[in-house]
Design a protein around this ligand. Structure first.
Ligand SMILES: Nc1nc2c(ncn2[C@@H]2O[C@H](COP(=O)(O)OP(=O)(O)OP(=O)(O)O)[C@@H](O)[C@H]2O)c(=O)[nH]1
Ligand SMILES: [Mg+2]
Length: 422
Protein backbone atom coordinates (compact mmCIF):
# COMPACT_ATOMS: atom_id res chain seq x y z
CA UNK A 1 0.00 0.00 0.00
CA UNK A 2 1.26 3.47 -0.90
CA UNK A 3 1.64 6.21 1.72
CA UNK A 4 -0.19 8.94 -0.19
CA UNK A 5 -3.28 8.79 -2.36
CA UNK A 6 -5.15 11.19 -4.59
CA UNK A 7 -8.93 11.20 -4.35
CA UNK A 8 -11.04 13.21 -6.81
CA UNK A 9 -14.53 14.49 -5.97
CA UNK A 10 -16.55 14.63 -9.16
CA UNK A 11 -20.26 14.97 -9.83
CA UNK A 12 -23.07 17.12 -11.20
CA UNK A 13 -23.18 20.76 -10.08
CA UNK A 14 -24.73 21.53 -6.69
CA UNK A 15 -24.69 17.99 -5.29
CA UNK A 16 -22.49 18.80 -2.27
CA UNK A 17 -18.95 18.02 -3.49
CA UNK A 18 -17.41 21.10 -1.87
CA UNK A 19 -19.37 20.52 1.34
CA UNK A 20 -17.91 17.01 1.56
CA UNK A 21 -14.47 18.35 0.60
CA UNK A 22 -14.56 21.03 3.31
CA UNK A 23 -15.75 18.59 5.91
CA UNK A 24 -13.02 16.04 5.13
CA UNK A 25 -10.13 18.45 4.69
CA UNK A 26 -11.07 21.37 6.95
CA UNK A 27 -10.76 23.72 3.97
CA UNK A 28 -13.20 26.54 3.15
CA UNK A 29 -14.23 26.05 -0.45
CA UNK A 30 -17.19 28.21 -1.48
CA UNK A 31 -20.51 26.41 -1.13
CA UNK A 32 -24.02 27.66 -1.89
CA UNK A 33 -27.30 26.59 -3.35
CA UNK A 34 -26.72 27.30 -7.03
CA UNK A 35 -24.68 25.61 -9.70
CA UNK A 36 -21.17 26.50 -10.80
CA UNK A 37 -19.66 27.85 -7.56
CA UNK A 38 -16.49 25.82 -7.87
CA UNK A 39 -14.70 26.99 -11.00
CA UNK A 40 -11.22 25.56 -10.49
CA UNK A 41 -9.81 22.43 -8.90
CA UNK A 42 -8.98 22.82 -5.21
CA UNK A 43 -6.76 20.54 -3.16
CA UNK A 44 -6.89 19.63 0.53
CA UNK A 45 -5.45 16.91 2.72
CA UNK A 46 -7.04 14.43 5.09
CA UNK A 47 -5.48 11.67 7.19
CA UNK A 48 -7.49 8.46 7.31
CA UNK A 49 -6.09 5.95 9.78
CA UNK A 50 -2.35 5.95 8.97
CA UNK A 51 -2.44 7.24 5.40
CA UNK A 52 -2.52 10.66 3.80
CA UNK A 53 -5.16 11.41 1.18
CA UNK A 54 -5.12 14.47 -1.09
CA UNK A 55 -8.64 15.42 -2.09
CA UNK A 56 -9.33 17.31 -5.29
CA UNK A 57 -12.61 19.26 -5.40
CA UNK A 58 -13.57 19.46 -9.08
CA UNK A 59 -16.09 21.91 -10.60
CA UNK A 60 -19.49 20.33 -11.17
CA UNK A 61 -20.23 18.89 -14.59
CA UNK A 62 -23.24 17.18 -16.13
CA UNK A 63 -21.21 15.28 -18.68
CA UNK A 64 -17.66 14.61 -19.78
CA UNK A 65 -18.85 14.47 -23.38
CA UNK A 66 -19.69 18.14 -23.55
CA UNK A 67 -17.63 20.75 -25.31
CA UNK A 68 -18.52 23.60 -23.02
CA UNK A 69 -15.58 25.64 -21.78
CA UNK A 70 -16.96 25.77 -18.23
CA UNK A 71 -16.90 22.01 -18.03
CA UNK A 72 -13.45 21.65 -19.60
CA UNK A 73 -11.51 21.76 -16.30
CA UNK A 74 -13.72 19.08 -14.77
CA UNK A 75 -13.59 16.91 -17.88
CA UNK A 76 -9.82 17.14 -18.20
CA UNK A 77 -9.22 16.24 -14.57
CA UNK A 78 -11.66 13.33 -14.57
CA UNK A 79 -10.24 11.97 -17.82
CA UNK A 80 -6.54 12.66 -17.44
CA UNK A 81 -5.91 13.51 -13.75
CA UNK A 82 -5.34 9.86 -12.95
CA UNK A 83 -6.44 9.93 -9.29
CA UNK A 84 -6.26 6.75 -7.20
CA UNK A 85 -9.99 6.93 -6.52
CA UNK A 86 -12.76 9.01 -8.09
CA UNK A 87 -15.73 9.66 -5.82
CA UNK A 88 -18.77 10.48 -7.92
CA UNK A 89 -21.13 12.44 -5.70
CA UNK A 90 -24.76 12.03 -6.80
CA UNK A 91 -27.97 13.71 -5.71
CA UNK A 92 -30.35 11.21 -4.10
CA UNK A 93 -33.34 13.31 -5.20
CA UNK A 94 -32.53 13.05 -8.91
CA UNK A 95 -30.51 9.89 -9.25
CA UNK A 96 -31.32 9.25 -12.90
CA UNK A 97 -29.67 12.43 -14.23
CA UNK A 98 -26.66 11.90 -11.95
CA UNK A 99 -26.13 8.27 -12.98
CA UNK A 100 -25.43 9.43 -16.54
CA UNK A 101 -22.17 10.92 -15.32
CA UNK A 102 -21.39 7.81 -13.24
CA UNK A 103 -21.59 5.64 -16.36
CA UNK A 104 -19.47 8.07 -18.36
CA UNK A 105 -16.77 8.02 -15.66
CA UNK A 106 -16.93 4.21 -15.60
CA UNK A 107 -15.58 4.35 -19.14
CA UNK A 108 -12.44 6.08 -17.86
CA UNK A 109 -11.63 4.30 -14.61
CA UNK A 110 -12.56 1.29 -12.45
CA UNK A 111 -11.69 2.92 -9.14
CA UNK A 112 -14.98 4.62 -8.47
CA UNK A 113 -16.97 5.16 -5.30
CA UNK A 114 -20.52 6.42 -5.73
CA UNK A 115 -21.53 8.75 -2.90
CA UNK A 116 -25.30 9.21 -2.73
CA UNK A 117 -25.61 12.58 -1.00
CA UNK A 118 -28.59 14.72 0.09
CA UNK A 119 -30.31 11.71 1.65
CA UNK A 120 -32.10 14.09 4.06
CA UNK A 121 -33.62 15.98 1.12
CA UNK A 122 -34.66 12.67 -0.44
CA UNK A 123 -36.33 11.68 2.84
CA UNK A 124 -38.24 14.98 2.89
CA UNK A 125 -39.45 14.31 -0.64
CA UNK A 126 -40.33 10.74 0.35
CA UNK A 127 -37.82 9.18 -2.02
CA UNK A 128 -36.12 5.99 -0.85
CA UNK A 129 -32.89 4.82 -2.46
CA UNK A 130 -31.92 1.18 -2.03
CA UNK A 131 -28.16 1.66 -1.68
CA UNK A 132 -27.34 -2.06 -1.44
CA UNK A 133 -29.17 -2.82 -4.65
CA UNK A 134 -27.56 0.18 -6.36
CA UNK A 135 -24.13 -1.10 -5.33
CA UNK A 136 -24.92 -4.52 -6.75
CA UNK A 137 -26.19 -3.11 -10.03
CA UNK A 138 -23.29 -0.68 -10.49
CA UNK A 139 -20.56 -3.05 -9.32
CA UNK A 140 -18.81 -0.27 -7.39
CA UNK A 141 -19.03 0.72 -3.69
CA UNK A 142 -22.02 2.93 -2.91
CA UNK A 143 -22.12 5.07 0.24
CA UNK A 144 -25.03 7.18 1.48
CA UNK A 145 -24.25 10.59 3.04
CA UNK A 146 -25.73 13.82 4.34
CA UNK A 147 -22.76 16.11 3.76
CA UNK A 148 -23.90 18.70 6.30
CA UNK A 149 -23.77 15.99 8.98
CA UNK A 150 -20.10 15.10 9.49
CA UNK A 151 -20.91 11.77 11.19
CA UNK A 152 -22.36 10.37 7.98
CA UNK A 153 -18.99 10.82 6.23
CA UNK A 154 -17.25 8.17 8.37
CA UNK A 155 -18.49 5.36 6.15
CA UNK A 156 -17.21 7.25 3.09
CA UNK A 157 -13.77 7.63 4.68
CA UNK A 158 -13.64 3.91 5.48
CA UNK A 159 -14.63 3.01 1.94
CA UNK A 160 -11.96 5.31 0.45
CA UNK A 161 -9.38 3.63 2.68
CA UNK A 162 -10.53 0.14 1.74
CA UNK A 163 -10.53 0.86 -2.01
CA UNK A 164 -6.99 2.26 -1.81
CA UNK A 165 -5.94 -0.67 0.36
CA UNK A 166 -7.47 -3.02 -2.20
CA UNK A 167 -9.73 -4.54 0.45
CA UNK A 168 -12.54 -3.56 -1.90
CA UNK A 169 -11.95 -3.91 -5.62
CA UNK A 170 -14.57 -2.08 -7.67
CA UNK A 171 -15.76 -3.94 -10.72
CA UNK A 172 -17.91 -1.44 -12.61
CA UNK A 173 -20.84 -2.78 -14.51
CA UNK A 174 -20.42 -0.25 -17.32
CA UNK A 175 -22.41 0.33 -20.48
CA UNK A 176 -22.49 -2.27 -23.22
CA UNK A 177 -23.58 -0.70 -26.47
CA UNK A 178 -25.36 -2.58 -29.25
CA UNK A 179 -23.23 -5.31 -30.79
CA UNK A 180 -22.71 -3.35 -34.05
CA UNK A 181 -21.16 -0.50 -32.08
CA UNK A 182 -19.34 -2.71 -29.54
CA UNK A 183 -17.62 -4.78 -32.23
CA UNK A 184 -16.28 -1.72 -34.00
CA UNK A 185 -15.14 -0.09 -30.76
CA UNK A 186 -13.23 -3.28 -29.89
CA UNK A 187 -11.57 -3.41 -33.33
CA UNK A 188 -10.39 0.18 -33.05
CA UNK A 189 -9.29 -0.34 -29.44
CA UNK A 190 -7.14 -3.32 -30.48
CA UNK A 191 -5.62 -1.27 -33.29
CA UNK A 192 -4.75 1.51 -30.85
CA UNK A 193 -3.09 -0.98 -28.48
CA UNK A 194 -1.16 -2.45 -31.43
CA UNK A 195 0.14 0.97 -32.48
CA UNK A 196 0.84 2.61 -29.12
CA UNK A 197 1.60 -0.43 -26.95
CA UNK A 198 -0.19 -1.84 -23.92
CA UNK A 199 1.67 0.28 -21.39
CA UNK A 200 0.95 3.73 -22.75
CA UNK A 201 -2.50 3.96 -21.13
CA UNK A 202 -4.92 1.47 -19.57
CA UNK A 203 -7.04 -0.83 -21.75
CA UNK A 204 -10.11 0.98 -20.48
CA UNK A 205 -8.78 4.33 -21.64
CA UNK A 206 -7.94 2.89 -25.09
CA UNK A 207 -11.58 1.82 -25.37
CA UNK A 208 -12.71 5.32 -24.41
CA UNK A 209 -10.32 6.89 -26.94
CA UNK A 210 -11.75 4.54 -29.59
CA UNK A 211 -15.27 5.78 -28.79
CA UNK A 212 -14.12 9.41 -28.98
CA UNK A 213 -12.36 8.78 -32.30
CA UNK A 214 -15.52 7.37 -33.86
CA UNK A 215 -17.48 10.24 -32.32
CA UNK A 216 -14.97 12.66 -33.88
CA UNK A 217 -15.25 15.48 -31.33
CA UNK A 218 -12.31 17.73 -32.10
CA UNK A 219 -11.93 19.38 -28.69
CA UNK A 220 -11.84 16.12 -26.75
CA UNK A 221 -9.49 14.54 -29.28
CA UNK A 222 -7.03 17.40 -29.02
CA UNK A 223 -7.25 17.17 -25.23
CA UNK A 224 -6.43 13.45 -25.50
CA UNK A 225 -3.43 14.22 -27.72
CA UNK A 226 -2.17 16.92 -25.37
CA UNK A 227 -2.70 15.13 -22.05
CA UNK A 228 -1.85 11.56 -22.99
CA UNK A 229 0.80 12.44 -25.50
CA UNK A 230 -0.78 10.25 -28.19
CA UNK A 231 -0.59 11.28 -31.81
CA UNK A 232 -4.06 10.60 -33.19
CA UNK A 233 -3.09 12.04 -36.57
CA UNK A 234 -1.23 8.80 -37.26
CA UNK A 235 -1.93 7.73 -40.87
CA UNK A 236 -2.59 4.10 -39.84
CA UNK A 237 -5.25 5.21 -37.37
CA UNK A 238 -6.85 7.53 -39.88
CA UNK A 239 -7.19 4.77 -42.46
CA UNK A 240 -8.45 2.24 -39.93
CA UNK A 241 -10.94 4.75 -38.54
CA UNK A 242 -12.38 5.53 -41.97
CA UNK A 243 -12.89 1.78 -42.55
CA UNK A 244 -14.71 1.51 -39.24
CA UNK A 245 -16.88 4.50 -40.05
CA UNK A 246 -17.65 2.91 -43.40
CA UNK A 247 -18.66 -0.36 -41.67
CA UNK A 248 -20.85 1.52 -39.20
CA UNK A 249 -22.47 3.46 -42.02
CA UNK A 250 -23.53 0.18 -43.59
CA UNK A 251 -25.40 -0.46 -40.33
CA UNK A 252 -27.02 2.98 -40.55
CA UNK A 253 -24.76 4.50 -37.91
CA UNK A 254 -23.21 7.71 -39.17
CA UNK A 255 -20.89 10.14 -37.43
CA UNK A 256 -23.92 12.31 -36.78
CA UNK A 257 -26.05 9.76 -34.97
CA UNK A 258 -23.27 7.74 -33.28
CA UNK A 259 -23.18 10.10 -30.30
CA UNK A 260 -26.99 10.04 -30.02
CA UNK A 261 -26.93 6.25 -29.87
CA UNK A 262 -24.18 6.22 -27.24
CA UNK A 263 -25.97 8.83 -25.12
CA UNK A 264 -29.36 7.12 -25.42
CA UNK A 265 -27.85 3.77 -24.29
CA UNK A 266 -26.37 5.49 -21.23
CA UNK A 267 -29.64 7.26 -20.47
CA UNK A 268 -31.62 4.06 -20.84
CA UNK A 269 -29.40 2.23 -18.36
CA UNK A 270 -29.57 5.15 -15.89
CA UNK A 271 -33.35 5.13 -16.19
CA UNK A 272 -33.63 1.34 -15.68
CA UNK A 273 -31.39 1.37 -12.61
CA UNK A 274 -33.23 4.34 -11.08
CA UNK A 275 -36.53 2.53 -11.51
CA UNK A 276 -35.02 -0.52 -9.81
CA UNK A 277 -33.54 1.23 -6.79
CA UNK A 278 -35.74 4.27 -6.12
CA UNK A 279 -39.19 4.23 -4.59
CA UNK A 280 -41.26 7.37 -4.77
CA UNK A 281 -43.79 7.18 -1.95
CA UNK A 282 -45.34 10.35 -3.21
CA UNK A 283 -46.16 9.38 -6.79
CA UNK A 284 -46.97 12.97 -7.57
CA UNK A 285 -43.46 13.87 -6.44
CA UNK A 286 -42.18 17.10 -7.87
CA UNK A 287 -45.49 18.05 -9.51
CA UNK A 288 -45.92 21.13 -7.31
CA UNK A 289 -42.23 22.10 -7.72
CA UNK A 290 -42.50 21.75 -11.48
CA UNK A 291 -45.64 23.91 -11.54
CA UNK A 292 -43.91 26.69 -9.57
CA UNK A 293 -40.82 26.25 -11.72
CA UNK A 294 -42.82 26.71 -14.92
CA UNK A 295 -44.21 30.02 -13.65
CA UNK A 296 -40.88 31.33 -12.30
CA UNK A 297 -39.06 30.59 -15.53
CA UNK A 298 -41.87 31.27 -18.00
CA UNK A 299 -41.28 33.75 -20.82
CA UNK A 300 -44.22 35.92 -19.72
CA UNK A 301 -43.93 35.93 -15.92
CA UNK A 302 -40.29 34.94 -15.32
CA UNK A 303 -38.69 38.36 -15.71
CA UNK A 304 -41.48 40.46 -14.07
CA UNK A 305 -41.45 38.13 -11.03
CA UNK A 306 -37.65 38.37 -10.87
CA UNK A 307 -37.77 42.20 -11.05
CA UNK A 308 -40.43 42.20 -8.32
CA UNK A 309 -38.41 39.90 -6.01
CA UNK A 310 -35.14 41.76 -6.53
CA UNK A 311 -36.91 45.15 -6.38
CA UNK A 312 -38.42 44.30 -2.97
CA UNK A 313 -35.07 43.04 -1.69
CA UNK A 314 -33.16 46.12 -2.88
CA UNK A 315 -35.88 48.43 -1.51
CA UNK A 316 -35.78 46.77 1.92
CA UNK A 317 -31.99 46.91 1.82
CA UNK A 318 -31.65 50.55 0.81
CA UNK A 319 -34.54 52.05 2.78
CA UNK A 320 -34.10 49.72 5.74
CA UNK A 321 -30.37 50.39 5.98
CA UNK A 322 -30.93 54.13 6.61
CA UNK A 323 -32.15 53.56 10.17
CA UNK A 324 -29.25 51.45 11.49
CA UNK A 325 -26.86 53.65 9.48
CA UNK A 326 -28.07 56.78 11.29
CA UNK A 327 -27.88 55.02 14.63
CA UNK A 328 -24.30 53.91 13.95
CA UNK A 329 -23.34 57.44 12.77
CA UNK A 330 -24.71 58.97 15.98
CA UNK A 331 -23.00 56.38 18.13
CA UNK A 332 -19.61 56.78 16.40
CA UNK A 333 -19.91 60.61 16.54
CA UNK A 334 -20.64 60.44 20.27
CA UNK A 335 -17.58 58.23 20.77
CA UNK A 336 -15.52 60.61 18.60
CA UNK A 337 -16.46 63.60 20.78
CA UNK A 338 -15.40 61.65 23.86
CA UNK A 339 -12.13 60.65 22.20
CA UNK A 340 -11.35 64.31 21.37
CA UNK A 341 -12.01 65.30 24.99
CA UNK A 342 -9.80 62.43 26.15
CA UNK A 343 -6.99 63.42 23.73
CA UNK A 344 -7.10 67.03 25.08
CA UNK A 345 -7.10 65.70 28.63
CA UNK A 346 -3.90 63.71 28.13
CA UNK A 347 -2.36 66.66 26.18
CA UNK A 348 -1.99 64.65 23.02
CA UNK A 349 -0.38 66.84 20.28
CA UNK A 350 -3.00 68.28 17.92
CA UNK A 351 -1.49 66.71 14.79
CA UNK A 352 -1.55 63.20 16.31
CA UNK A 353 -5.15 63.46 17.55
CA UNK A 354 -6.22 64.91 14.16
CA UNK A 355 -4.52 62.03 12.36
CA UNK A 356 -5.87 59.27 14.60
CA UNK A 357 -9.33 60.56 15.45
CA UNK A 358 -10.21 62.83 12.49
CA UNK A 359 -8.42 60.55 10.02
CA UNK A 360 -8.20 56.85 10.89
CA UNK A 361 -11.15 56.60 13.31
CA UNK A 362 -13.56 58.76 11.32
CA UNK A 363 -12.85 57.08 7.97
CA UNK A 364 -13.16 53.62 9.46
CA UNK A 365 -16.39 54.33 11.31
CA UNK A 366 -17.98 56.05 8.30
CA UNK A 367 -17.25 53.00 6.16
CA UNK A 368 -18.70 50.70 8.82
CA UNK A 369 -21.80 52.91 9.27
CA UNK A 370 -22.45 53.06 5.51
CA UNK A 371 -21.51 49.52 4.45
CA UNK A 372 -22.47 47.29 7.36
CA UNK A 373 -26.26 47.84 7.52
CA UNK A 374 -26.99 47.17 3.81
CA UNK A 375 -24.80 44.05 3.90
CA UNK A 376 -26.40 42.84 7.14
CA UNK A 377 -29.84 43.22 5.54
CA UNK A 378 -29.09 42.12 1.96
CA UNK A 379 -27.16 38.92 2.57
CA UNK A 380 -29.72 37.23 4.86
CA UNK A 381 -32.45 38.11 2.34
CA UNK A 382 -30.32 36.77 -0.49
CA UNK A 383 -29.72 33.59 1.52
CA UNK A 384 -33.49 33.11 1.74
CA UNK A 385 -33.67 33.30 -2.07
CA UNK A 386 -30.75 30.85 -2.23
CA UNK A 387 -32.38 28.37 0.14
CA UNK A 388 -35.62 28.59 -1.80
CA UNK A 389 -33.60 27.60 -4.85
CA UNK A 390 -34.57 30.81 -6.70
CA UNK A 391 -31.02 31.83 -7.71
CA UNK A 392 -30.63 29.20 -10.48
CA UNK A 393 -33.99 30.38 -11.87
CA UNK A 394 -32.66 33.96 -12.03
CA UNK A 395 -29.60 32.64 -13.87
CA UNK A 396 -31.87 30.72 -16.27
CA UNK A 397 -34.11 33.76 -16.96
CA UNK A 398 -31.15 36.02 -17.69
CA UNK A 399 -29.02 33.53 -19.60
CA UNK A 400 -30.33 34.59 -23.02
CA UNK A 401 -29.49 38.26 -22.41
CA UNK A 402 -26.08 37.54 -20.91
CA UNK A 403 -25.21 35.16 -23.75
CA UNK A 404 -25.56 38.12 -26.15
CA UNK A 405 -22.63 39.71 -24.32
CA UNK A 406 -20.73 36.38 -24.37
CA UNK A 407 -21.41 35.87 -20.64
CA UNK A 408 -23.38 33.36 -18.61
CA UNK A 409 -26.69 33.95 -16.81
CA UNK A 410 -25.00 32.85 -13.59
CA UNK A 411 -23.18 36.19 -13.57
CA UNK A 412 -26.50 37.83 -12.68
CA UNK A 413 -26.09 36.42 -9.15
CA UNK A 414 -22.74 38.13 -8.58
CA UNK A 415 -24.06 41.29 -10.27
CA UNK A 416 -26.91 41.45 -7.73
CA UNK A 417 -24.36 41.30 -4.92
CA UNK A 418 -22.36 44.02 -6.66
CA UNK A 419 -25.37 46.35 -6.87
CA UNK A 420 -25.71 46.35 -3.06
CA UNK A 421 -22.04 47.21 -2.61
CA UNK A 422 -22.48 50.06 -5.07
N1 LIG B 1 -29.83 19.35 2.99
C1 LIG B 1 -28.61 19.09 2.52
N2 LIG B 1 -27.93 20.07 1.90
C2 LIG B 1 -26.70 19.79 1.42
C3 LIG B 1 -26.12 18.50 1.55
N3 LIG B 1 -24.90 18.53 0.95
C4 LIG B 1 -24.73 19.78 0.50
N4 LIG B 1 -25.81 20.54 0.78
C5 LIG B 1 -26.05 21.95 0.40
O1 LIG B 1 -26.15 21.95 -1.02
C6 LIG B 1 -25.61 23.16 -1.55
C7 LIG B 1 -24.57 22.84 -2.61
O2 LIG B 1 -23.42 22.31 -1.99
P1 LIG B 1 -21.95 22.50 -2.62
O3 LIG B 1 -21.02 21.72 -1.73
O4 LIG B 1 -21.64 23.94 -2.84
O5 LIG B 1 -22.14 21.76 -4.01
P2 LIG B 1 -21.06 21.49 -5.17
O6 LIG B 1 -21.35 20.12 -5.66
O7 LIG B 1 -19.68 21.76 -4.69
O8 LIG B 1 -21.53 22.56 -6.26
P3 LIG B 1 -20.66 23.17 -7.50
O9 LIG B 1 -19.33 23.61 -6.97
O10 LIG B 1 -21.51 24.33 -7.96
O11 LIG B 1 -20.58 22.08 -8.51
C8 LIG B 1 -25.07 23.94 -0.34
O12 LIG B 1 -26.04 24.90 0.02
C9 LIG B 1 -24.89 22.89 0.73
O13 LIG B 1 -25.02 23.42 2.03
C10 LIG B 1 -26.87 17.47 2.22
O14 LIG B 1 -26.48 16.32 2.33
N5 LIG B 1 -28.12 17.84 2.65
MG1 LIG C 1 -18.27 23.06 -5.38
Amino acid sequence: MKEKYIVALAGNPNVGKSTIFNSLTGMHQHTGNWTGKTVANATGKCIIKDKEFSFIDIPGTYSIMSNSEEEEIARDYICFGNPDVTIVVVDATCLERNLNLVFQIMEITDNIIVCVNLLDEAKKKKIKVNLKKLQKLLGVPVVGTIARDKKTLENLKNTIYKVCNEEIIPNPNGIKYTSKIENNITLLEEKLIEIYGEDKVSKKLYRWIAIKLIDGEEKILSSIQKNLNINLQNQDIKEYLSNIKYELKKEDISENNFKDKVVSDIMKKAEDITQDVCTFENKDYGARDRKIDRILTSKTFGIPIMILFLGVIFWITIVGANYPSNLLFNMFNWIQDKLIIFADYIHCPQWISNMLIGGVYQTLTWIVAVMLPPMAIFFPLFTILEDLGYLPRIAFNMDGFFKKACCSGKQMITMCMGVTMW
